[in-house]
Structures are given as C-alpha cells and as structure tokens.
Design a protein around this ligand. Structure first.
Ligand SMILES: C[S@@+](CC[C@H](N)C(=O)[O-])C[C@H]1O[C@@H](n2cnc3c(N)ncnc32)[C@H](O)[C@@H]1O
Length: 225
C-alpha cells in the first residue's frame, strides 16, 4: 500500500490498449527517457532551471491540453502524470512535433508524483475530466479524495490554482462538496457562467470532445488559501 493509504490505481474502461504506432514507439525509446521525471523526491531546478512557475496536469490522457499550455507558456515547467501507455505515447508525439522543451512526464500514478514534490512548489494544477467511476461502490477509486486534496494543498503555493473539470453531474457535486469544505481551497466562481463556460485559457481535451458524460462540462477553479 502506498504511503498515504490511497487505494491502488485501477484502469477505468480500458480493457485493451491500442497498438502503439512505430513512430510513437520510437519516441518512447528515445525522447521519453530525456523528459521523464525520475522516481523519488523531485528536484524541480534540475528538471528545468529558471522556470518562472511549475504547473502540474494530473491524468493528461492524450496530452493535448498539456502540450497546448506548454506551447503558450514556454517559461513555465509543466509536469504531467499519466499511467496509460497510449496516452504517454501520444503526449511524447506532441512534445516532439511542437518542439516543446518545458514538459516533463511521469508514466504512473499522479498521487505518488504529488507526494514526491516539495511543499508549496506548484502554481497551477489541472485535473480535467478524471475517470468518473459512477458506481457507488467504486467512488473510493475517484481521484478526488480527502488524502489527495490534502496533498494538492501541500504542493500548491498560497494563491496557486487548481482547475477541476468534469461532465459527470455526480462527480461535479462530489468534487465541489469535498473541495469547498477543505479550508485550504476557495472556489473562485462568482456567477454560474464562471463554471458553465470554459475558462478563457482552457484548451479542449480529447475526452471532453467525446461528450460521454451526463451533463455539460463544468469547470471549477479553486484558489489555494
Ligand atoms: C477520462 S480520462 C481524461 C483524460 C484527459 N484529461 C482528457 O480530458 O482527455 C482520465 C485519465 O486519467 C488517468 N488517470 C487515472 N487515474 C490516475 C492517477 N491516479 N494518476 C494519473 N492519471 C490517472 C487515466 O489513465 C486517464 O487517461
């Protein structure tokens, strides 16, 4: 069992992975090792000296949002965690095609990566359309749990921001309930459009375009107190 007692990571809805295309397989061998975040305590300055800020995307899927944010913010170091090999293969393709030098990846559980980060080092965290685990008996597998919220609060700087998005109504309520009671996070919305309309700096994700949920996408931005 990992140190913070979180349940083991389970794969949601992916029985079989797709074959990796030869070019992506090549990049997994050549590019990925050069941008991989080593296991253990993370030395951010060693990953990219002089980064203006450090951002983290949890469960980046195919990596299109992460790559777009990295392209728009070249002086920001963007960390990504994703356990799914096909997602990592897609992300390294984006990094290669767009010539990004500010993305670092860990293929694995973002909860471990969070624990490996120093205190108050992150300025932004993105959790976009996480696996919904709709059945009540699977809710404990959801990423948003008290332990993860505490780790997010520890790793974010005061004034840092967390963005959570989902198109599953029950998960939206679940996340709001847990994040608004956490004294460390303040929901920044002032009117319904603040969560109903995608934020101006949002980049559409692959999962979002599939519209598999049961409600329109909701975007919740929180500020670390
Ligand atoms: C529904 S997909 C959404 C992917 C992407 N954010 C998007 O919107 O297209 C959820 C992603 O979270 C990843 N994931 C699940 N548990 C995770 C964990 N503990 N750490 C990191 N990623 C995780 C899954 O592998 C999957 O790629």
């Amino acid at each position: 069992m990992p140190a913070d007692n979180h349940p083991p990571m389970r794969s949601y809805g992916r029985i079989k992975s797709r074959p990796i295309k030869p070019r992506q397989a090549g990049l997994l061998e050549t590019l990925l090792p050069t941008i991989t975040i080593p296991d253990g305590p993370i030395d951010l300055a060693a990953l990219k000296p002089n980064a203006r800020e450090v951002w983290l995307e949890i469960g980046f899927g195919g990596g299109e949002h992460m790559a777009t944010q990295a392209e728009r913010n070249p002086d920001v170091l963007i960390l990504g965690a994703e356990p799914f090999l096909n997602g990592v293969a897609s992300a390294v393709r984006h990094v290669d095609e767009r010539g990004l030098t500010n993305v670092r990846l860990r293929m694995g559980d973002a909860r471990q990566l969070l624990m490996d980060l120093p205190d108050a080092c992150l300025t932004r965290v993105f959790i976009l359309f996480p696996d919904p685990w709709p059945k009540a008996r699977h809710h404990k597998r959801r990423l948003i749990q008290a332990e993860t919220i505490a780790e997010l609060a520890r790793a974010l700087k005061p004034g840092g921001r967390l963005r959570f998005a989902t198109d599953v109504a029950d998960y939206a309520a679940w996340a709001l309930e847990r994040l608004t009671v956490a004294p460390t996070f303040n929901w920044t919305a002032e009117r319904p459009d603040d969560w109903r309309i995608p934020p101006i700096d949002h980049a559409t994700t692959r999962y979002e375009t599939k519209q598999l949920g049961d409600c329109a996408p909701a975007f919740f931005d929180f500020e670390r107190a």
